[in-house]
Design a protein around this ligand. Sequence first.
Ligand SMILES: Cc1c2[nH]c(c1CCC(=O)O)Cc1[nH]c(c(CCC(=O)O)c1C)Cc1[nH]c(c(CCC(=O)O)c1C)Cc1[nH]c(c(C)c1CCC(=O)O)C2
Length: 358
Amino acid sequence: MSVNDRPSGRPASQPPKPYESAFLKACRREPVPHTPVWFMRQAGRSLPEYLKVREGVAMLDSCMRPELVKEITLQPVRRHKVDAAIYFSDIVVPLKAIGIDLDIKPGIGPVVAEPIRTRADLARLRDLTSEDVWYVTEAIGMLTEELGTTPLIGFAGAPFTLASYLVEGGPSRNHEHTKALMYGDPQLWADLLDRLAEITSAFLKVQIEAGASAVQLFDSWVGALAPADYRRSVMPASAKVFSSVASYGVPRIHFGVGTGELLGLLGEAGADVVGVDWRVPLDEAARRVGPGKALQGNLDPAVLFAGPEAIEAKTAEVLAAAEGLEGHVFNLGHGVLPTTDPDTLTRLVASVHERTAR
Ligand SMILES: Cc1c2[nH]c(c1CCC(=O)O)Cc1[nH]c(c(CCC(=O)O)c1C)Cc1[nH]c(c(CCC(=O)O)c1C)Cc1[nH]c(c(C)c1CCC(=O)O)C2
Protein backbone atom coordinates (compact mmCIF):
# COMPACT_ATOMS: atom_id res chain seq x y z
CA MET A 1 0.00 0.00 0.00
CA SER A 2 1.45 3.40 -0.92
CA VAL A 3 1.57 6.15 1.69
CA ASN A 4 -1.39 8.05 0.36
CA ASP A 5 -3.61 5.01 0.12
CA ARG A 6 -6.48 4.89 2.59
CA PRO A 7 -7.39 1.60 4.31
CA SER A 8 -10.14 1.25 1.70
CA GLY A 9 -7.46 1.21 -0.98
CA ARG A 10 -8.20 4.59 -2.56
CA PRO A 11 -5.98 7.65 -2.78
CA ALA A 12 -6.85 10.18 -0.07
CA SER A 13 -7.40 12.93 -2.63
CA GLN A 14 -10.22 11.16 -4.48
CA PRO A 15 -13.81 11.01 -3.30
CA PRO A 16 -14.80 7.61 -1.92
CA LYS A 17 -16.24 5.12 -4.42
CA PRO A 18 -19.83 5.33 -3.10
CA TYR A 19 -19.91 9.15 -3.42
CA GLU A 20 -22.20 9.09 -6.47
CA SER A 21 -24.52 6.37 -5.08
CA ALA A 22 -28.27 7.03 -4.98
CA PHE A 23 -28.21 6.73 -1.17
CA LEU A 24 -25.58 9.41 -0.61
CA LYS A 25 -27.12 11.65 -3.26
CA ALA A 26 -30.51 11.45 -1.55
CA CYS A 27 -28.87 12.26 1.81
CA ARG A 28 -27.27 15.30 0.15
CA ARG A 29 -30.66 16.26 -1.38
CA GLU A 30 -29.32 15.88 -4.93
CA PRO A 31 -31.33 14.36 -7.82
CA VAL A 32 -31.34 10.54 -7.76
CA PRO A 33 -31.81 7.84 -10.46
CA HIS A 34 -34.25 6.06 -8.10
CA THR A 35 -35.27 6.38 -4.46
CA PRO A 36 -32.62 4.50 -2.45
CA VAL A 37 -33.74 1.81 -0.01
CA TRP A 38 -32.21 0.20 3.05
CA PHE A 39 -33.80 -1.30 6.16
CA MET A 40 -32.97 -0.81 9.80
CA ARG A 41 -32.10 -4.29 11.12
CA GLN A 42 -31.77 -5.58 7.55
CA ALA A 43 -29.15 -7.97 8.90
CA GLY A 44 -30.35 -10.36 11.55
CA ARG A 45 -32.94 -12.93 12.41
CA SER A 46 -35.19 -12.51 9.38
CA LEU A 47 -32.41 -14.11 7.28
CA PRO A 48 -31.81 -17.88 7.43
CA GLU A 49 -28.19 -17.31 6.36
CA TYR A 50 -27.78 -15.08 9.44
CA LEU A 51 -29.20 -17.69 11.81
CA LYS A 52 -26.81 -20.22 10.25
CA VAL A 53 -23.59 -18.24 10.77
CA ARG A 54 -24.68 -17.12 14.26
CA GLU A 55 -25.24 -20.71 15.46
CA GLY A 56 -23.38 -21.17 18.76
CA VAL A 57 -21.97 -17.62 18.74
CA ALA A 58 -23.26 -15.14 21.33
CA MET A 59 -24.48 -11.79 19.92
CA LEU A 60 -21.73 -9.64 21.47
CA ASP A 61 -19.03 -12.15 20.52
CA SER A 62 -20.22 -12.03 16.92
CA CYS A 63 -19.77 -8.23 16.93
CA MET A 64 -16.08 -8.66 17.80
CA ARG A 65 -15.17 -11.05 14.97
CA PRO A 66 -14.32 -9.03 11.85
CA GLU A 67 -14.84 -11.89 9.36
CA LEU A 68 -18.27 -12.68 10.80
CA VAL A 69 -19.24 -8.99 10.94
CA LYS A 70 -18.27 -8.64 7.29
CA GLU A 71 -20.32 -11.67 6.26
CA ILE A 72 -23.43 -10.66 8.25
CA THR A 73 -23.27 -7.06 7.00
CA LEU A 74 -23.07 -8.24 3.39
CA GLN A 75 -25.89 -10.82 3.60
CA PRO A 76 -28.82 -8.40 3.15
CA VAL A 77 -26.96 -6.47 0.43
CA ARG A 78 -26.51 -9.66 -1.59
CA ARG A 79 -30.03 -10.91 -1.02
CA HIS A 80 -32.17 -7.78 -1.21
CA LYS A 81 -30.02 -5.47 -3.40
CA VAL A 82 -30.49 -2.65 -0.92
CA ASP A 83 -28.77 0.66 -1.69
CA ALA A 84 -26.68 0.71 1.49
CA ALA A 85 -25.14 -1.67 4.00
CA ILE A 86 -25.36 -1.01 7.74
CA TYR A 87 -22.42 -2.09 9.83
CA PHE A 88 -23.37 -5.15 11.90
CA SER A 89 -22.93 -4.37 15.56
CA ASP A 90 -25.09 -3.15 18.43
CA ILE A 91 -25.51 0.15 20.23
CA VAL A 92 -24.03 -1.31 23.43
CA VAL A 93 -20.77 -2.50 21.79
CA PRO A 94 -18.77 0.68 22.70
CA LEU A 95 -19.96 0.37 26.32
CA LYS A 96 -18.81 -3.24 26.44
CA ALA A 97 -15.53 -2.12 24.86
CA ILE A 98 -14.77 0.28 27.73
CA GLY A 99 -15.40 -2.46 30.28
CA ILE A 100 -19.06 -2.12 31.28
CA ASP A 101 -20.31 -5.51 32.38
CA LEU A 102 -23.27 -6.14 30.08
CA ASP A 103 -24.74 -8.79 27.84
CA ILE A 104 -27.35 -9.01 25.09
CA LYS A 105 -29.95 -11.56 26.15
CA PRO A 106 -31.86 -13.24 23.31
CA GLY A 107 -35.43 -11.98 23.11
CA ILE A 108 -34.77 -9.35 25.79
CA GLY A 109 -31.98 -7.02 24.68
CA PRO A 110 -29.05 -5.40 26.49
CA VAL A 111 -28.80 -6.15 30.22
CA VAL A 112 -26.32 -4.24 32.42
CA ALA A 113 -24.97 -6.05 35.50
CA GLU A 114 -24.59 -2.93 37.67
CA PRO A 115 -26.74 0.04 36.61
CA ILE A 116 -25.22 3.53 36.59
CA ARG A 117 -27.11 5.81 38.97
CA THR A 118 -24.65 7.75 41.16
CA ARG A 119 -21.82 10.20 40.65
CA ALA A 120 -19.35 7.49 41.69
CA ASP A 121 -20.73 5.25 38.92
CA LEU A 122 -19.74 7.84 36.28
CA ALA A 123 -16.08 6.93 36.75
CA ARG A 124 -16.84 3.57 35.09
CA LEU A 125 -17.48 5.38 31.80
CA ARG A 126 -13.92 5.93 30.61
CA ASP A 127 -12.93 7.29 27.19
CA LEU A 128 -13.11 4.97 24.18
CA THR A 129 -9.99 4.58 22.04
CA SER A 130 -9.70 3.06 18.58
CA GLU A 131 -7.69 0.19 20.13
CA ASP A 132 -10.73 -0.73 22.24
CA VAL A 133 -12.66 -1.42 19.03
CA TRP A 134 -9.85 -2.65 16.74
CA TYR A 135 -12.27 -5.19 15.26
CA VAL A 136 -14.48 -2.35 13.95
CA THR A 137 -11.60 -0.80 12.00
CA GLU A 138 -10.62 -4.19 10.65
CA ALA A 139 -14.14 -5.23 9.63
CA ILE A 140 -14.90 -1.88 7.95
CA GLY A 141 -11.63 -2.03 6.01
CA MET A 142 -12.66 -5.41 4.58
CA LEU A 143 -16.24 -4.31 4.03
CA THR A 144 -15.57 -1.14 2.06
CA GLU A 145 -13.24 -3.15 -0.17
CA GLU A 146 -16.02 -5.66 -0.98
CA LEU A 147 -18.85 -3.15 -1.13
CA GLY A 148 -17.22 -1.02 -3.82
CA THR A 149 -19.75 1.66 -4.77
CA THR A 150 -22.33 0.54 -2.19
CA PRO A 151 -22.14 2.84 0.84
CA LEU A 152 -21.62 1.53 4.36
CA ILE A 153 -23.59 3.21 7.13
CA GLY A 154 -21.89 3.38 10.52
CA PHE A 155 -23.99 3.90 13.62
CA ALA A 156 -24.12 4.48 17.34
CA GLY A 157 -26.70 4.75 20.08
CA ALA A 158 -27.49 8.32 21.11
CA PRO A 159 -26.68 9.45 24.67
CA PHE A 160 -30.31 9.26 25.89
CA THR A 161 -30.96 5.74 24.61
CA LEU A 162 -27.61 4.48 25.94
CA ALA A 163 -28.31 6.18 29.29
CA SER A 164 -31.68 4.47 29.42
CA TYR A 165 -30.05 1.00 29.23
CA LEU A 166 -27.30 1.96 31.69
CA VAL A 167 -29.57 3.57 34.27
CA GLU A 168 -32.44 1.07 34.07
CA GLY A 169 -30.07 -1.89 33.82
CA GLY A 170 -31.98 -3.23 30.79
CA PRO A 171 -34.90 -2.55 28.46
CA SER A 172 -37.65 -0.46 30.04
CA ARG A 173 -41.18 0.50 29.13
CA ASN A 174 -41.47 3.66 31.25
CA HIS A 175 -37.82 4.70 31.76
CA GLU A 176 -38.64 5.59 35.38
CA HIS A 177 -35.09 5.38 36.78
CA THR A 178 -33.77 7.31 33.81
CA LYS A 179 -36.36 10.07 34.19
CA ALA A 180 -35.88 10.13 37.98
CA LEU A 181 -32.21 10.94 37.38
CA MET A 182 -32.97 13.46 34.64
CA TYR A 183 -35.52 15.40 36.72
CA GLY A 184 -34.06 14.70 40.17
CA ASP A 185 -30.36 15.38 39.63
CA PRO A 186 -30.01 17.51 36.49
CA GLN A 187 -26.28 18.08 36.98
CA LEU A 188 -25.43 14.39 37.32
CA TRP A 189 -27.71 13.68 34.33
CA ALA A 190 -25.96 16.34 32.22
CA ASP A 191 -22.57 14.93 33.17
CA LEU A 192 -23.68 11.38 32.33
CA LEU A 193 -25.00 12.41 28.91
CA ASP A 194 -21.86 14.40 28.23
CA ARG A 195 -19.68 11.33 29.03
CA LEU A 196 -21.83 9.24 26.68
CA ALA A 197 -21.57 11.92 23.98
CA GLU A 198 -17.76 11.69 24.19
CA ILE A 199 -17.82 7.90 23.89
CA THR A 200 -20.34 7.96 21.05
CA SER A 201 -18.37 10.61 19.16
CA ALA A 202 -15.19 8.55 19.45
CA PHE A 203 -17.03 5.44 18.24
CA LEU A 204 -18.48 7.22 15.19
CA LYS A 205 -15.07 8.70 14.33
CA VAL A 206 -13.50 5.23 14.33
CA GLN A 207 -16.16 4.06 11.86
CA ILE A 208 -15.85 7.08 9.56
CA GLU A 209 -12.06 6.95 9.56
CA ALA A 210 -12.22 3.26 8.68
CA GLY A 211 -14.46 4.02 5.67
CA ALA A 212 -18.13 4.40 6.69
CA SER A 213 -19.74 6.87 4.27
CA ALA A 214 -22.69 7.92 6.44
CA VAL A 215 -23.62 7.57 10.11
CA GLN A 216 -26.91 7.05 11.90
CA LEU A 217 -27.47 8.06 15.50
CA PHE A 218 -30.16 5.80 17.00
CA ASP A 219 -32.09 7.57 19.74
CA SER A 220 -34.65 4.80 19.67
CA TRP A 221 -36.36 5.51 22.99
CA VAL A 222 -36.24 9.34 23.07
CA GLY A 223 -39.90 9.50 21.99
CA ALA A 224 -40.62 8.99 25.70
CA LEU A 225 -39.78 12.68 26.28
CA ALA A 226 -41.72 15.92 25.86
CA PRO A 227 -40.10 18.47 23.50
CA ALA A 228 -39.14 20.92 26.27
CA ASP A 229 -37.38 18.19 28.23
CA TYR A 230 -35.66 16.92 25.11
CA ARG A 231 -34.39 20.40 24.30
CA ARG A 232 -33.16 21.07 27.84
CA SER A 233 -31.82 17.70 28.93
CA VAL A 234 -30.90 15.66 25.85
CA MET A 235 -30.36 17.81 22.78
CA PRO A 236 -27.06 19.36 24.00
CA ALA A 237 -25.45 15.91 24.22
CA SER A 238 -26.78 14.70 20.83
CA ALA A 239 -25.77 18.02 19.25
CA LYS A 240 -22.26 17.52 20.61
CA VAL A 241 -22.08 14.12 18.88
CA PHE A 242 -23.25 15.53 15.54
CA SER A 243 -20.90 18.50 15.66
CA SER A 244 -17.96 16.25 16.59
CA VAL A 245 -18.22 14.46 13.22
CA ALA A 246 -19.35 17.45 11.12
CA SER A 247 -15.89 18.07 9.64
CA TYR A 248 -15.83 14.65 7.94
CA GLY A 249 -18.63 15.77 5.64
CA VAL A 250 -20.48 12.43 5.73
CA PRO A 251 -24.29 12.54 6.01
CA ARG A 252 -25.57 12.29 9.57
CA ILE A 253 -28.92 10.53 10.10
CA HIS A 254 -30.94 10.91 13.32
CA PHE A 255 -33.64 8.41 14.19
CA GLY A 256 -36.02 7.71 17.06
CA VAL A 257 -39.34 5.91 17.56
CA GLY A 258 -42.52 7.82 18.48
CA THR A 259 -40.77 11.13 17.84
CA GLY A 260 -43.58 12.93 15.97
CA GLU A 261 -43.44 15.85 18.40
CA LEU A 262 -39.62 15.92 18.32
CA LEU A 263 -38.96 15.80 14.56
CA GLY A 264 -37.97 19.47 14.31
CA LEU A 265 -35.60 19.15 17.25
CA LEU A 266 -34.02 15.95 15.90
CA GLY A 267 -33.05 17.94 12.82
CA GLU A 268 -31.97 20.97 14.84
CA ALA A 269 -29.60 18.78 16.87
CA GLY A 270 -27.41 18.65 13.77
CA ALA A 271 -28.73 15.92 11.47
CA ASP A 272 -28.65 16.08 7.68
CA VAL A 273 -31.32 13.37 7.42
CA VAL A 274 -34.18 12.86 9.88
CA GLY A 275 -35.57 9.35 10.31
CA VAL A 276 -39.34 9.15 10.71
CA ASP A 277 -41.38 6.25 12.14
CA TRP A 278 -44.73 5.29 10.60
CA ARG A 279 -46.88 7.50 12.84
CA VAL A 280 -46.34 10.73 10.88
CA PRO A 281 -46.71 10.83 7.06
CA LEU A 282 -43.58 12.09 5.32
CA ASP A 283 -45.19 15.25 3.89
CA GLU A 284 -46.28 16.27 7.40
CA ALA A 285 -42.86 15.24 8.77
CA ALA A 286 -41.23 17.55 6.19
CA ARG A 287 -43.33 20.46 7.49
CA ARG A 288 -42.24 19.67 11.05
CA VAL A 289 -38.56 19.28 10.15
CA GLY A 290 -38.39 22.32 7.89
CA PRO A 291 -36.20 22.94 4.82
CA GLY A 292 -32.60 21.83 4.34
CA LYS A 293 -32.95 18.23 5.56
CA ALA A 294 -33.63 14.93 3.82
CA LEU A 295 -36.06 12.44 5.37
CA GLN A 296 -35.78 8.69 5.86
CA GLY A 297 -38.70 6.31 6.29
CA ASN A 298 -41.34 5.24 6.90
CA LEU A 299 -43.27 2.04 6.11
CA ASP A 300 -44.65 0.34 9.22
CA PRO A 301 -42.60 -2.88 9.61
CA ALA A 302 -45.80 -4.71 10.59
CA VAL A 303 -47.27 -3.97 7.14
CA LEU A 304 -44.87 -6.61 5.77
CA PHE A 305 -47.15 -9.25 7.34
CA ALA A 306 -50.27 -8.03 5.50
CA GLY A 307 -49.77 -9.69 2.09
CA PRO A 308 -48.53 -8.39 -1.27
CA GLU A 309 -51.49 -6.14 -2.15
CA ALA A 310 -51.49 -4.30 1.18
CA ILE A 311 -47.71 -3.97 1.06
CA GLU A 312 -47.87 -2.44 -2.43
CA ALA A 313 -50.67 -0.07 -1.43
CA LYS A 314 -48.88 1.14 1.71
CA THR A 315 -45.60 1.49 -0.20
CA ALA A 316 -47.36 3.65 -2.80
CA GLU A 317 -48.77 5.75 0.04
CA VAL A 318 -45.30 6.34 1.53
CA LEU A 319 -43.87 7.25 -1.88
CA ALA A 320 -46.77 9.62 -2.64
CA ALA A 321 -46.20 11.45 0.66
CA ALA A 322 -42.49 11.65 -0.19
CA GLU A 323 -43.06 13.15 -3.64
CA GLY A 324 -42.18 16.77 -2.91
CA LEU A 325 -39.32 16.08 -0.48
CA GLU A 326 -35.86 17.58 -0.99
CA GLY A 327 -34.35 14.14 -0.42
CA HIS A 328 -35.89 10.79 0.50
CA VAL A 329 -34.31 7.53 1.65
CA PHE A 330 -36.89 4.75 1.77
CA ASN A 331 -36.78 2.69 4.96
CA LEU A 332 -39.12 1.09 7.46
CA GLY A 333 -40.40 3.16 10.37
CA HIS A 334 -38.39 0.90 12.71
CA GLY A 335 -36.34 -2.28 12.43
CA VAL A 336 -37.24 -5.39 10.43
CA LEU A 337 -39.19 -7.71 12.75
CA PRO A 338 -37.44 -11.07 13.25
CA THR A 339 -40.31 -13.16 11.79
CA THR A 340 -40.56 -11.11 8.58
CA ASP A 341 -40.48 -13.22 5.39
CA PRO A 342 -37.24 -12.08 3.73
CA ASP A 343 -38.78 -12.41 0.25
CA THR A 344 -41.19 -9.57 1.06
CA LEU A 345 -38.16 -7.35 1.72
CA THR A 346 -36.50 -8.32 -1.56
CA ARG A 347 -39.73 -7.55 -3.44
CA LEU A 348 -40.12 -4.26 -1.60
CA VAL A 349 -36.68 -3.06 -2.69
CA ALA A 350 -37.46 -3.89 -6.33
CA SER A 351 -40.88 -2.27 -6.09
CA VAL A 352 -39.54 1.03 -4.71
CA HIS A 353 -36.81 1.06 -7.37
CA GLU A 354 -39.33 0.43 -10.17
CA ARG A 355 -41.88 2.94 -8.91
CA THR A 356 -39.29 5.70 -8.59
CA ALA A 357 -37.03 5.06 -11.62
CA ARG A 358 -36.31 8.42 -13.28
C1 LIG B 1 -32.36 -0.15 20.74
C2 LIG B 1 -31.26 -0.80 19.93
C3 LIG B 1 -30.49 -1.93 20.31
N1 LIG B 1 -29.61 -2.18 19.27
C4 LIG B 1 -29.79 -1.29 18.25
C5 LIG B 1 -30.81 -0.39 18.67
C6 LIG B 1 -31.28 0.79 17.87
C7 LIG B 1 -32.18 0.34 16.77
C8 LIG B 1 -33.57 0.05 17.21
O1 LIG B 1 -34.22 0.95 17.74
O2 LIG B 1 -34.02 -1.09 16.98
C9 LIG B 1 -29.06 -1.16 17.00
C10 LIG B 1 -28.72 -2.36 16.23
N2 LIG B 1 -28.63 -3.66 16.68
C11 LIG B 1 -28.26 -4.47 15.64
C12 LIG B 1 -28.06 -3.67 14.50
C13 LIG B 1 -27.50 -4.28 13.24
C14 LIG B 1 -27.47 -3.66 11.99
C15 LIG B 1 -28.78 -3.73 11.21
O3 LIG B 1 -29.63 -2.84 11.38
O4 LIG B 1 -28.93 -4.64 10.37
C16 LIG B 1 -28.38 -2.36 14.86
C17 LIG B 1 -28.37 -1.11 13.99
C18 LIG B 1 -28.06 -5.92 15.69
C19 LIG B 1 -28.80 -6.70 16.68
N3 LIG B 1 -29.01 -6.40 18.01
C20 LIG B 1 -29.70 -7.40 18.60
C21 LIG B 1 -29.97 -8.41 17.65
C22 LIG B 1 -30.70 -9.72 17.91
C23 LIG B 1 -29.80 -10.66 18.64
C24 LIG B 1 -29.58 -11.95 17.91
O5 LIG B 1 -29.69 -12.03 16.67
O6 LIG B 1 -29.22 -12.91 18.62
C25 LIG B 1 -29.40 -7.99 16.45
C26 LIG B 1 -29.36 -8.72 15.15
C27 LIG B 1 -30.08 -7.45 20.04
C28 LIG B 1 -30.71 -6.23 20.55
N4 LIG B 1 -30.05 -5.06 20.83
C29 LIG B 1 -30.94 -4.10 21.27
C30 LIG B 1 -32.23 -4.70 21.25
C31 LIG B 1 -33.50 -4.01 21.68
C32 LIG B 1 -32.08 -6.03 20.81
C33 LIG B 1 -33.17 -7.04 20.53
C34 LIG B 1 -33.27 -8.13 21.55
C35 LIG B 1 -33.92 -9.34 20.94
O7 LIG B 1 -35.06 -9.23 20.44
O8 LIG B 1 -33.29 -10.41 20.96
C36 LIG B 1 -30.56 -2.70 21.57
